[in-house]
Design a protein around this ligand. Structure first.
Ligand code: NAD
Ligand code: UFG
Length: 363
């Protein structure tokens, strides 16, 4: 398959490019490097020994995207491009809505004009909100998000689902108008095609490629647990602050479903393949189904790097849910995918990346 990855120079996109190439697919990347470096794509090429076509562009720029998509005509688009920092989204909501929603609308318009029909989208477990009780299943109602970033994911899911629904209706009315004659032309109009939309709800993507050549490279002070722990372990920061130890959990700290980024990447390979064979809008959780606490992760990282990771207990962080983990049965049943790596591999690979690249890609 020919697959185009928007935001493919980023953390999850670059690992997915490796998994796609390793599975025998062809990959092209579009990125504006607002939170990444082309170096990640070059390294993905080195890991696989295969070429990735790379376009520097803003996915919200419709003229440019029409040009790129017309020359690529991919079998499937995986849409990673987006802004993702929860705290920043509270300070800059308009920027987040503009970027995340516009990129999705632009892609749908281009796809329709070019007769492209398959899209896989990076959603988040954050859409389950605060009221559902884990393990989260895909048929639970979406919840209330606690920040603009979460709402952009919530809305993008809705926009893509509505676009699929309309495409199905359009195909039916086209067929009726042409009396079942599939080959009929309609004065040069592109024949409508029913979309295939695959919404992937990620839990907590962490770790790095086993080679240690690509990994997560946050700009500035990391917001997320694993990159913060890694930077403490490598000596870039003094200690981790654990956000609250008074939750109703066995050790008092929050629990999450940490998924190795290469397991997640392999889930995208299955999702892209599935998108080619099925029509409709389908949601899948990509998680392990196993919750671990903040202190579990601190301990596992210490084991991986050979020395304890220094931490202090601080107050709770606003907006954190106590528990979040997946029921991962649907992806196993329908996509034939399940996570294979555990927290020991996650910490081993994160440490290999961090210790080999203490300053990330040196952007
Ligand atoms: P990332 O920031 O590393 O990657 C996103 C990429 O998109 C970056 O390379 C950035 O430069 C690019 N980008 C942003 N806006 C763009 C635009 N308008 N045009 C072109 N490129 C643009 O983030 P990631 O962790 O790899 O996340 C990928 C996707 O998965 C995002 O949509 C994110 O919201 C989603 N997601 C991430 C997590 C997580 O914890 N990492 C969890 C759930 C969902
Ligand atoms: N944590 C700390 N100290 C830190 C950073 C995090 O104790 O310095 C704790 C948090 O309080 C939380 C856990 O570590 O209990 C995980 O926090 P992360 O920030 O790593 O991840 P979140 O679960 O808060 O958020 C992630 C993604 C979001 C996504 C969400 C979906 O960052 O984009 O998962 O559930 F929306």
């Amino acid at each position: 398959m020919k697959i185009l990855l928007t935001g493919g120079a980023g953390y999850i996109g670059s690992h997915t490019a490796v998994a796609l190439l390793e599975a025998g697919h062809d990959a092209a990347v579009v990125d504006n490097y607002s939170n990444s470096s082309p170096e990640a794509v070059r390294r993905a090429e080195q890991i696989t020994g295969k070429e990735i076509r790379l376009y520097e562009a803003d996915v919200a720029d419709k003229n440019r995207m029409m040009e790129i998509l017309r020359s690529e005509m991919p079998d499937c688009i995986i849409h990673f491009a987006g802004l993702k920092a929860v705290g920043e989204s509270v300070a800059k909501p308009v920027e987040y809505y503009r970027n995340n929603i516009d990129t999705t609308l632009t892609l749908i318009e281009c796809m329709k004009e070019l007769g492209l029909s398959n899209i896989v989208f990076s959603s988040s477990a954050t859409v389950y909100g605060e009221d559902n009780i884990p393990p989260f299943t895909e048929n639970m109602p979406k919840g209330v998000c606690t920040n603009p970033y979460g709402w952009t994911k919530w809305m993008q899911e809705q926009i893509l689902t509505d676009a699929w629904f309309a495409s199905e209706k359009e195909v039916i009315s086209w067929a009726k108008a042409h009396d079942g004659d599939a080959a009929a032309s309609d004065s040069g109009r592109v024949r409508p095609r029913e979309l295939s939309v695959v919404l992937l709800r990620y839990f907590n993507p962490v770790g790095a490629h086993e080679s240690g050549m690509i990994g997560e490279d946050p700009q500035g002070i990391p917001n997320n647990l694993m990159p913060y722990i890694s930077q403490v372990a490598v000596g870039r920061r003094d200690h981790l602050t654990v956000f609250g130890d008074d939750y109703d959990t066995p050790d008092g700290t929050c629990r999450r479903d940490y998924i190795h980024v290469m397991d997640l990447a392999e889930g995208h390979v299955k999702a892209a393949e599935y998108s080619l064979e099925h029509r409709g809008a389908e949601v899948f959780n990509l998680g392990t189904g196993n919750p671990y606490s903040v202190l579990d992760m601190v301990k596992a990282f210490g084991d991986a790097c050979g020395h304890p990771v220094k931490y202090e207990i601080g107050p709770r962080r606003a907006g954190d849910v106590q528990d979040s983990w997946a029921n991962a049965d649907k992806a196993k049943e329908i996509l034939g995918w399940e996570a294979k790596r555990g927290i020991a591999e996650i910490c081993r690979d994160a440490w290999k990346w961090q210790s080999g690249n203490p300053n990330g890609y040196d952007r």
